[in-house]
Structure formats: C-alpha cells, structure tokens
Write a protein that binds this ligand. Structure first.
Ligand SMILES: *Cc1c(COP(=O)(O)O)cnc(C)c1O
Length: 355
C-alpha cells in the first residue's frame, strides 16, 4: 500500500477546544467548514462534543452533520444561496446568517409552522458580507416580524485580527459594540480574535484554525496558548540512492548534487496536496530529523537530501507537517497560508483517525 496518509488526533482537537474555553470563557461555535479544514467534517464534529455550536459554509455541510446525529446548533455562515433552501433549513433546525437584502426578501415569502434562530451579519469593516451598522435596526425589525424567527444574534467578522498593531480591529469591536439591542447575542472573534483580542470575545467566539492546532499568527508572533497539531501528514522513504557529484535530480534537473550524497525519495507529492512551489527552502522530518526537500516536487513523490542521516533507509517514516514540523512553517516556505494546505489535501490521501 502507498505509504502516504494524514493521521488525525482527536485528543489534540479536544485539547485545543479546552484552550479556547480557557482563553475566552465564551460560548464556542467551532468552525468546521471546508470538510473540517480538511480533517473530515463529521469526524471533527463528533470529536468536539463540547462545542456549543458548529459553523459551516453550506446547507450540504449542515445536512451532513444532522445526518450524523449532531444535535448542537449548526450555523450556516453564509446563510442560504437560494430560497429553495429555506424549508430545509427550517426542517433541520439550522441557523442561517442573514447578510443581504435578497435573503430578507426570500424570507418574507415563507409560510411555515417550523421555527429557527438567525444571526444578522454586520459589516463592521471587512467589506465582504453583511449589512451596514446603520441598516441593522431595520433588518432586525424585519426579521422579528417574521413569526418563524426565534432568537436573533449579531455576527461580524474581523478583517485584520492577525495583525496586533492594526487599528482596524478596535474599530470593528467598537462598531459592533455601538449597536443597540442589549438582549441579542453577539459574535465577533475568529482564531486570531480569540488569541489576541479579549475585547472581541463576547458572547460567542468562532475559532476555526486554532482548533486544528494551528496558529493564524504565523511563526513570528508567539501564540498565547499551547496548541497541538491535529493533523500530521505522513509517508515513508520508498527509495534511498547514493548520487554522484554533478547528478541532476528529478524533472528539469533543477537540483544538481555538489558532492556524492544519499538522496531519498518520499512517497508523497502534489497529487496528495503537498505544495509544489516553494519560495524558500523547506524540510521534512525523516525519523524525527530534518531533511531538506531538493529538486521539483512530483505528483506522487518528492526527493530529499539525506546527507545528515546516512543511516536513513527505505521504510523510514517521513513527516511532511504536523507533529514536530508546524504546517505554518511549510505554508510560509510555500508562500501560502496553513488554511490552504490543510483544506487542500486531495481525495486520494487516506485519513487515519486516532480517538
Ligand atoms: C472561517 C470563519 C471563521 C474561522 O476563522 P479562523 O481564522 O479559521 O479561526 C470564523 N467566522 C467566519 C464567519 C468564518 O467564515
């Protein structure tokens, strides 16, 4: 069997949720969109029994959670995309985010005995989805007039929370704070908000990335809490060869050996979701020690410099990211963000879950 797989650690997931609780004391909507950031939607939700709610990007994801027996609130972070989804939302007790007038208009035509909660999305400065703060009183009145809407909340999203020096976050916190409606629940903080902006913690926080053990702050800013990586991308050495000085390695022969050296081939590639383009050097762990990736990454394989571990042999375990090698580091070398790597694993890569 091909040795590449992602191992998934449920204990790490629960540890990270406990860290969110400790930092915030808030209610937690665990964000599990994009197939649980690549970790498996249902697996993540089942491991996080302590979450107060789950946040997803689509009705399909919400239905998958309900079908798996998830009882908590399930929030559709972009609400519905067409009116035909509304009866299903009501039937399955899902909680839509209402962010646009077209959604209000569709809701006005609904006749139903069933009821649901809803969040009003407020644009406090991200300028992506949501109503202007000035529109919110009218929107709230419209929703309250619909007899099937029970509990309303105010939800907004932070645009620059990773940057602790940015003035934007304070302005966003204040903009949400200025809205009246003392009785409505509120939600603002994503992972970076949880980590760096205590004033954004009330009443509900919405962590995604940090639940998976990854910091949105990059590697330069120390995280205020110890997170444990949930996913470790693993494979093995499938070949080890001694190459001669001057040998060119792989497609295009980009890498040329400057001396006689051992080169290992790892059974993982961009066809599994490992990045192909890097803007700075990147390493993997072979038996726990760093080995630089050399030459071009292929679809199913990549090559590593084994000069520091002449004892390495076929079958040795290789870690691409996760335990001992933060995905933040690989993302930075690839000029991307860890989110992209986690949810970019491909279908063919097996996932193995540990309880
Ligand atoms: C994805 C998302 C989050 C979680 O963001 P992280 O940076 O992963 O913590 C929170 N809120 C909304 C509305 C989102 O779309």
């Amino acid at each position: 069997m091909r040795p590449a797989y992602a191992s998934l650690d449920a204990r790490a997931l629960r540890h990270n949720l406990a860290q969110v609780r400790e930092l915030t004391g808030a209610r937690v909507m665990a964000i599990v969109k994009a197939n649980g950031y690549g970790h498996g939607l249902v697996w993540v939700a089942k491991a996080l029994t302590g979450a107060d709610a789950f946040g997803v990007a689509s009705l399909e994801e919400g239905l998958e959670l309900r079908a798996a027996g998830i009882q908590q609130e399930i929030c559709l972070l972009e609400g519905f995309f067409e009116a035909a989804e509304i009866p299903i939302i009501l039937r399955e007790r899902l909680t839509p985010v209402i962010h646009d007038h077209h959604q209000l208009e569709a809701l006005r035509h609904v006749r139903s005995d069933r009821r649901c909660d809803a969040w009003i999305k407020v644009d406090t400065g991200m300028h992506r989805l949501g109503f202007d703060p000035a529109e919110v009183p009218a929107v709230a009145a419209d929703l309250a007039a619909l007899r099937f809407v029970d509990r309303l909340g105010l939800l907004s999203h932070l645009a620059c929370a990773e940057d602790f020096a940015s003035p934007v976050t304070i302005l966003q916190i204040e903009a949400l704070g200025r809205l009246p409606f003392p009785g409505l629940r509120r939600s603002l903080a994503n992972s970076a908000g949880v980590m760096g902006w205590p004033a954004a913690h009330a009443d509900w926080v919405r962590p995604g990335l940090m639940l998976y053990g990854v910091s949105p702050l990059g590697r330069t800013v120390p995280a205020p809490t110890v997170l444990k990586p949930v996913m470790t991308l693993r494979s093995r050495l499938i070949s080890v060869r001694r190459r001669k000085e001057g040998d060119a390695i792989g497609y295009g022969g980009d890498y040329r050996c400057r001396e006689n050296m051992p080169v290992g081939v790892v059974g993982v590639g961009y066809g599994d979701g490992y990045p192909r383009e890097f803007r700075s050097a990147v390493s993997v762990l072979v038996q726990g020690r760093r080995a630089p990736v050399i030459g071009r990454v292929s679809m199913d394989m990549l090559t590593v410099d084994l000069r520091d571990m002449p004892q390495a042999q076929v079958g040795d375990e290789v870690i691409l990211w996760g335990e001992g090698l933060p995905v933040e580091e690989v993302a930075e070398a690839a000029g991307t963000i860890p989110y992209r790597l986690l949810c970019g694993l491909t279908q063919r890569l097996p996932r193995r879950e540990c309880p």
